[in-house]
Design a protein around this ligand. Structure first.
Ligand SMILES: Cc1ncc(COP(=O)(O)O)c(C=O)c1O
Length: 364
C-alpha cells in the first residue's frame, strides 16, 4: 500500500463542480481583488470561529506583517519569537524592522514555553509571537500574565490552528492580534494563497484593512505607507466552498490522531501528549524518534509518506546567522528538530490507510 503524506486532489476532485460554479460567479460579478467573495468569506470565517470581525489578506505571512505594523511594532523594538516553528513566525519581527529574540519551546506541546520568556524581556521588548504549532493551542494564560505584567503585545500565529480553542476560547483573539493562513495544505486551504488577521481591538483591524490596500482610506489619497496585500476574489470563492465542511474535516483529523494515539504501541516512538487546556486540531501529527532519519527511511520504503516539520530550528537558520545564536542555545527546539517526524493526517485518509501506517510503525 502507498499512503501519501497529503493529497489535496482527493477533496478538490470531489468539490470540482462546486468550485467551478463559484469561480464562474466571480467572473460574472468581477470582484477579483477583495470584493463580494472576500466579504462573504470574512463574515463566514468570523461567524464559524466565533470572532466579531476578520480582515482577509493575501497570505498568513502578509497577515503577520500587517498585524505587527498595526500593533506599532518597528525598529528599536524586540519581539520574542519561538525558535521551533515555521519561519514565517519570525518574519513579523524581521519585516517590521524589529529585532528577533528567540525563545525555547515546551517539550510537550512544542509551543512557546512560558518559563523561558521572562528572562528574555528587556526595556526594548515590545511583543511576543506565540505559534499554536501543529494545531495545538499554546498555554496562553501564563503568557498573557507575563505580557500584562510587562506591558507587551501578544500576536497569536494560528496559521495551523483553525477552530482550535484554549480553555473554551477561540485562539486568535486571546492576545492582541491573531493570524490564520489559508495556504492550500492548511486545515482550511484556498486554491492558492490566503490569510487573515483577527483581533479583539477594532482599531487594529481598521489599520490592517487600510494597510492591505496601499494605505489608502480615500481612493488615490494615501495617508499611510501601505501594501498590496488584498485577498483575491477567486481564492475567497474557493474558501467559501470549503468553509462549511471545516468542523467536520477537523473532527476527522482528530479521529485519525486518536487512532494513532491509541494504536501506535512501538515504545521507541514518542507520541504527542494531549493537554488539559484544549484539543489539538491536528494540522500536523508529529512523533519523535531517537534515530529519526532511519525511521523515516524505513517508513518511506514501506510507501508511507512522511515529512520533517521542521528540520532546522529558526535560531540556526542561515538567514538568521546575523543574530549570533549558536547550537545549544535552545535545547528543546534543537532536540525536536533532530527527532521529529510527521505522519499523514489529512481528513480524506481512509481508516485502512491509517491502520497501514500504524502497522508499519509497530512492526519497526
Ligand atoms: C506557523 C505558520 N506561520 C505562518 C505561516 C505563513 O502562512 P502563509 O504560507 O499563508 O504565508 C505558516 C504557513 O505556511 C505557518 O505554518
Amino acid at each position: 500500500m502507498k499512503v501519501p503524506y497529503i493529497d489535496l486532489n482527493r477533496s478538490h476532485q470531489e468539490l470540482k463542480s462546486e468550485l467551478l460554479d463559484a469561480f464562474s460567479k466571480t467572473i460574472d460579478h468581477g470582484g477579483y481583488c477583495l470584493g463580494p467573495d472576500v466579504k462573504a468569506f470574512e463574515e463566514g470565517f468570523a461567524s464559524l470561529s466565533g470572532f466579531d470581525r476578520v480582515v482577509a489578506v493575501g497570505s498568513g505571512t502578509e497577515a503577520l506583517h500587517l498585524a505587527g505594523l498595526a500593533l506599532g511594532i518597528g525598529p528599536g523594538d524586540e519581539v520574542i519569537t519561538p525558535a521551533f516553528t515555521f519561519i514565517a513566525s519570525a518574519w513579523l519581527a524581521q519585516y517590521t524592522g524589529a529585532k528577533i529574540v528567540f525563545s525555547d519551546v515546551d517539550s510537550t506541546t512544542y509551543t512557546l514555553d512560558p518559563n523561558c520568556i521572562e528572562k528574555l524581556i528587556t526595556d526594548k521588548t515590545k511583543a511576543i509571537v506565540v505559534t499554536h504549532l501543529y494545531g495545538q493551542a499554546a498555554d496562553m494564560d501564563p503568557i498573557m500574565d507575563i505580557a500584562q505584567k510587562h506591558d507587551l503585545k501578544v500576536v497569536e500565529d494560528a496559521a495551523q490552528a483553525h477552530l482550535a480553542q484554549y480553555k473554551g476560547r477561540a485562539v486568535g483573539t486571546i492576545g492582541d492580534a491573531g493570524i490564520f493562513s489559508f495556504y492550500p495544505t492548511k486545515n482550511l486551504g484556498a486554491l492558492g494563497e490566503g490569510g487573515c488577521v483577527v483581533s479583539k481591538h477594532a482599531e487594529v483591524l481598521d489599520r490592517v484593512a487600510v494597510l492591505r490596500a496601499h494605505g489608502s482610506e480615500v481612493r488615490y489619497l494615501n495617508h499611510h505607507v501601505g501594501y498590496n496585500n488584498r485577498m483575491e476574489g477567486l481564492q475567497a470563492a474557493s474558501l467559501n466552498v470549503k468553509l462549511p465542511a471545516l468542523p467536520e474535516k477537523t473532527e476527522r483529523r482528530q479521529a485519525i490522531a486518536e487512532r494513532y494515539l491509541a494504536r501506535i504501541t512501538n515504545p521507541a516512538v514518542i507520541l504527542p501528549q494531549p493537554v488539559e487546556w484544549g484539543k489539538c486540531v491536528n494540522h500536523v501529527f508529529t512523533v519523535l524518534h531517537e534515530k529519526r532519519d532511519e525511521f523515516k527511511d524505513y517508513l518511506t520504503s514501506k510507501g508511507v509518506g512522511v515529512d520533517i516539520v521542521y528540520p532546522v530550528p529558526l535560531h540556526l537558520q542561515p538567514c538568521f546567522a546575523y543574530l549570533g545564536y549558536n547550537e545549544g542555545d535552545f535545547p528543546v527546539s534543537e532536540k525536536s528538530a533532530a527527532r521529529c517526524l510527521s505522519l499523514p493526517i489529512f481528513p480524506e485518509l481512509t481508516d485502512d490507510e491509517v491502520d497501514y501506517v500504524i502497522e508499519c510503525i509497530n512492526n519497526y
